[in-house]
Write a protein that binds this ligand. Structure first.
Ligand SMILES: Nc1ncnc2c1ncn2[C@@H]1O[C@H](COP(=O)(O)OP(=O)(O)OP(=O)(O)O)[C@@H](O)[C@H]1O
Ligand SMILES: [Mg+2]
Length: 409
């Protein structure tokens, strides 16, 4: 009976808890955006509704528990009373001694003790079954990336890193985000990848780090198929400084040490200097031990990206993929950042994904992506000298620059 009453409530309890947790987390992390958009009251009301739903379900579950407990107590009480009546009658008739009557009365009580745990057990079973279903949903989800069953030993050096005819598609998309890309990175070579938003730049970084499976084409590191290697081994050879790199709510030092635990003070300072953050850090009252806040909230957008760069430099990956942020930065800051990224990666094998063209004369090859294809490639000076996609981008960038200059005046 308890099972019948509890089934519905228990089935809905775990999902309702999940909904409430999601609503509250969203509300807390997005408070600033919601306030600006004036959507805060509606979201708070949504969280309240989720809370009310959970309360309703929880009280139904509690009612089922209470019903089970009550029924058990009632049944055992009635049985004891009935046994007492029968026993008393038997004592009066002389069929039973007084001491034996105590046994007759207490036996049902002892018997009920044995089954007392059954109603809550039924209820817990339903609760656990529903929770287990939610865990299985996660466990049974398809692996986002295929890992080889028997990974090959990683090559000592990733050079040359060769990508040929690479295609990749994100889940649920009808179009390839990368459609037949070739590139070769020899030791010390730097390639810049440019192109409009959505052209597949970040997708390329994801494939190179084995965060996303390629559809067709090959990807080899030092002659070894990257798909025959363990993903973590690939990521020791090819490192990423992501477009939206995560910073931890900790000190500058801890954020850097994450890349390499045994890095010395000198290594950290050297990386900060190359990311052009050292003067700023030295000017802080706590220096390297300054706390940077949640997601680096106490830093400017440019400083955040520089700290992420410094972290990637501390890690000292043989191949570094740098995905420069598109947003948050004004044009002069973006240009300064690109210039510093170029300076910091000099002599290092780098794939630099960038939105700004200033300074790209310094790299060995520029690849212009559009809709996942390389529509133009070569040395910057060559590409800028002929009519084509890069020249158009340079034109637009100059216009933007003039516009910013005019506004500043
Ligand atoms: N996680 C994802 N799920 C589904 N589609 C995605 C995902 N990430 C990217 N895409 C799609 O893949 C295409 C390429 O996106 P990508 O992020 O590589 O562009 P991008 O060149 O890095 O752009 P940006 O300059 O804005 O960073 C786009 O059409 C995008 O909508
Ligand atoms: Mg991107």
């Amino acid at each position: 009976m308890t099972a019948a009453v509890a089934r519905r409530a228990e089935r809905r309890l775990a999902p309702a808890r999940g909904v409430l947790a999601t609503r509250v987390t969203d509300l807390l992390t997005g408070t600033a955006e919601l306030t600006v958009a004036g959507a805060l009251p509606a979201r708070i009301a949504g969280a309240r509704r989720a809370d009310a739903t959970l309360t309703r379900i929880a009280s139904r579950a509690a009612a089922a528990t209470a019903l089970g407990d009550g029924l058990t107590a009632l049944l055992s009480g009635l049985t004891v009373v009935a046994a007492a009546l029968v026993g008393a009658q038997a004592v009066v008739d002389g069929r039973l001694s007084g001491v034996a009557m105590a046994v007759v009365v207490l036996t049902p009580l002892a018997a009920f003790e044995a089954v007392l745990g059954l109603p809550p057990a039924v209820q817990y079973r339903q609760r656990v079954r529903r929770s287990a279903e939610r865990v299985y949903e996660v466990l049974d989800a398809p692996e986002p990336v295929r890992e080889p069953e028997r990974p090959r030993t990683a090559p000592a050096s990733p050079f040359p890193l060769v990508v040929t005819g690479l295609t990749a598609r994100h889940e649920g998309q009808h179009r390839d985000a990368l459609a037949g890309l070739d590139l070769t990175l020899e030791k010390g070579r730097r390639i810049a990848v440019v192109g409009p938003s959505g052209s597949g730049k970040t997708t390329l970084a994801q494939v190179m780090l084995r965060f996303l499976d390629a559809g067709a084409g090959t990807y080899t590191l030092g002659g070894t198929d990257a798909y025959a290697l363990d993903g973590d081994d690939v990521r020791r050879l090819v490192g990423l400084c992501a477009q939206d790199a995560h910073l931890f709510d900790s000190s500058v030092r801890e954020n850097l040490l994450l890349a390499r635990r045994d890095a010395t003070e000198g290594d950290l300072r050297d990386a900060l200097a190359r990311a052009r953050l050292l003067n700023w850090v030295d000017g802080l009252p706590d220096g390297l031990d300054t706390l940077i806040g949640e997601h680096g909230a106490r830093l400017s957008g440019g400083q955040r990206q520089r700290l992420a760069l410094a972290r990637a430099l501390v890690a000292d990956f043989p191949v570094l993929v740098l995905d420069e942020p598109a947003e948050h930065l004004d044009l002069p800051t973006a240009d300064a950042l690109t210039a510093d990224l170029l300076a910091a990666t000099e002599g290092r094998t780098t794939l630099l994904i960038t939105h700004r063209l200033a300074g790209l004369e310094a790299v060995d090859e520029v690849i212009v992506l559009a809709d996942g294809r390389a529509v133009q490639r070569g040395a910057y000076a060559e590409l800028a000298a002929v009519n084509g996609p890069l020249r158009e981008m340079v034109g637009r960038e100059t216009e933007d620059g003039l516009l910013v200059g005019a506004v500043a005046r």
